[in-house]
Ligand binder design. Sequence first.
Ligand SMILES: [Zn+2]
Ligand SMILES: [Zn+2]
Length: 257
Amino acid sequence: MSEQTSPCPGRCNRAWRAAEARARRAAAAVIADGREPTDDERSLILHGVEPAPGSPVWCAACSTRIQESLGRLPDLVAGVWAVATPPPGRLSTQVGAGRLAPLPASEVKPRGRGRRVSPAGSPAIVVVDEVAAALRGWERLVREDLGHTQADRHRPGQDTVTASVAYLVEWVAALLSLPEAQEVGETITTLERRLEIASGMDEVQRLQTPCLRCDRRAVEHRDGAAHVACGQCGAVWTLDQWDYALGVAARAGRRRA
Ligand SMILES: [Zn+2]
Ligand SMILES: [Zn+2]
């Protein structure tokens, strides 16, 4: 890895970060005791797990995932809007039916007392406002960076979200090369998740096949996503790669049998 390229901060490097943490603990124990490492400690310290380098900040796979998440934001915002602003007279029914209920306090911190009665102050709409503000800020930075004319996005709401996302998806390479690129990527992922919960669009399917890397049954596919990801070791495959890998594994299994 070159000096300029840091490891990708994405979930692709979870296994590497875990290996590094184990190595640091083992090395600290050896140094504290002032002795030679045991064979086990030596293999922990020289773990041999290579990090995926950032390109420039996020690796290609994580960049693709962030771009997908970014592209989903307008639909998710529309979904939240539909749930949080029901036609007049239907609000109590909707709340009663639990459409606003899947907003656990741990996921979406309500402002103040956080009562979910008025759509204007509801946690769902607070998330939408945060999304709109974040997108506006990033669009401003990218336009500044690329020397584009600043957009006039004063009217808040779904239209500005859609327009900002369209611009940011088109210039996503510039977005993910900003000095703030790590925070941008992390925020997009967090906002996507919060919108999914606020809109009730948080369908996650756990696949039957165990993870091809860590062998745990933790591979998940989120509604509409073009990738699957292991919730345990952080491995990520596009749907094509996953199908191909399963095919290879099945052929290898038949040869062994
Ligand atoms: Zn990555
Ligand atoms: Zn795994």
